[in-house]
Design a protein around this ligand. Structure first.
Ligand SMILES: [Zn+2]
Length: 469
């Protein structure tokens, strides 16, 4: 017996030493750690990649004043009457209602009876995913995938959503669209793409799908072994990823390699996983767990102690249970699954103090229900114990933190990017009023007016005259 105890003590000590070295060696670096080499005054791209850029003015050449309305600034403070002043693509200042301290040539818009909020963020989209009806045969076409994404961008924008984190799409589509939106050549929310969804042979998003279809659809990267998982992360980074999306199943070594690589490249990692794979992902140092899938109370505690966030996405499952009567036939969802269990999971995450963000995961034709599903997801938060203003803070400030963009987005404050939503009524008192979108400003540009996408007439370029005329 004594021998047994001493061996246990020795192995416990050895385990402690090993843990120390493991943590020292792997470091579990955060994506932001590499920014210690980047002075905050260096101009960088407005995305988590933080690429140094040539200093140049951005946004329209104007000062825009929104006066007469209430301001819900996304910090958690109560809404107050006030005036928002926007210069080019940044918020210049917030004035008390009596002040008129803005330049004479400013464009002034009266928003009386309306509420000004930070633009909403959706943490979980798949812009290129096909619909069930009509376009199945066209689905693999990259041209069709692009057009599907462009159509969806309009639905998001007209729902007051000014940023989406796309966690799995076809080919180069989301990377190209991100740049077109950034350059204001296309009306849409900012896109923060993950590129392809990385999983193992037979993992989530590959079940019930023939190999040829997975290849044609181009939204999933099947990886095998730690080196290949690391390579798959580098491929998405090379194409332009702002975040890395991983899915179970995976070995400890595979997820550890992928997370290390992503963090060293300065990108956060989010994971679609279930049961013990969630624990494995949390141990590997991931930043966010998608979905309300089952996990043990110990795993929830580990998420809390390591500061791992959640994007619970109850809404896609509510639509599935409503429309299909259940979630059937998936090898990556082999557990009892219900609306009640999902809501209970959200309550547990809240009780544990885990940071929860808002994402919709609207696949198929479901984007056509917008803004309904986004508002219903906020109501899920309220059902789980958030107040209405707290749910709106989750949709704005918390989502910007999970995106790794909270220094530029998520709240209305001087110096932040001008992504602004104006709705009729008081959504901070009644979430249904979030559907009454009036005005949307993205990066200082007015992109939605009177509830619909607005596109100014094109600027006619001056044609150079012939030299020998
Ligand atoms: Zn998804």
């Amino acid at each position: 017996m004594s021998l047994d105890v001493s061996m246990k003590m020795k192995s416990a000590a050895l385990l402690g030493v090993m843990l120390f070295f493991c943590q020292g060696a792997t470091g579990q670096e955060k994506a932001q750690d590499r920014r210690k080499f980047l002075d905050p005054s260096t101009p960088v791209s407005d995305d988590p990649r933080r690429i140094p850029v040539k200093p140049a003015p951005s946004g329209p050449d104007r000062v825009l004043v929104l006066r007469g309305g209430r301001i819900f600034d996304g910090t958690g403070a109560a809404a107050e009457q006030g005036t928002l002043v926007i210069e080019r693509n940044k918020i210049l200042k917030i004035l008390p209602p009596s002040s008129t301290e803005w330049p004479k040539n400013a464009e002034v818009v009266n928003v009386a009876g309306k509420t000004i909020l930070p633009g909403l963020i959706d943490l979980h989209t798949h812009l290129t995913y096909p619909l069930t009806e009509g376009d199945v045969l066209h689905a693999p076409s990259e041209a069709d995938a692009t057009l599907r994404a462009v159509e969806k961008l309009r639905y998001f924008l007209e729902s007051g959503i000014t940023s989406v984190r796309d966690v799995g799409s076809q080919g180069d589509v989301t990377f190209r669209l991100k740049e077109w939106v950034r350059d204001n050549r296309l009306a849409g929310p900012r896109i923060f793409p993950a590129g392809q969804f990385i999983t193992a042979e037979g993992g989530h998003s590959t079940e019930n799908t023939p190999d040829e279809w997975i290849r044609w659809m181009g939204a999933t990267r099947i990886a095998s072994g730690p080196d290949d998982w690391r390579l798959a992360v580098r491929e998405q980074f090379h194409k332009g990823a702002d975040v890395i999306k991983l899915g179970s199943h995976f070995s400890r070594e595979e997820i550890k390699a992928a997370v290390e690589e992503a963090h060293e490249l300065g990108l956060k990692v989010t994971v679609d996983a279930e049961t013990f794979y969630i624990r494995r992902a949390v141990e590997a140092g991931v930043d966010t767990i998608e979905h309300p899938l089952p996990r043990t109370d110990e795993t929830i505690q580990l998420m809390a102690s390591k500061g791992v966030a959640a994007d619970p996405t109850l809404i896609p499952y509510q639509i599935i249970f409503d429309e299909w009567g259940g979630y059937f036939g998936s090898t990556s969802r082999r557990f009892t699954f219900s609306n009640e269990a999902n809501l209970e999971m959200l309550k547990k995450l809240k009780r544990a103090g885990i940071k929860c963000g808002v994402g919709t995961d609207l696949i198929l034709h479901w984007y056509r229900y917008l803004p309904g599903p986004y508002i219903r997801e906020l109501k899920n938060f309220v059902a789980a114990g958030w107040s209405v203003p707290e749910a709106l803070v989750a949709a704005t400030r918390t989502n910007s933190e999970i995106l790794d963009m909270d220094d530029r987005l998520g709240t209305l404050a001087p110096g932040k990017l001008a992504d602004v939503l104006v709705v009729v009524g008081r959504p901070d008192e009644n979430l249904d009023e979030l559907a009454k979108v009036d005005l949307v400003i993205r990066d200082g540009y007015t992109v939605v007016e009177a509830g619909k996408v607005t596109i100014p007439r094109h600027t006619v370029a001056a044609q150079p005259r012939k030299v020998h005329e």
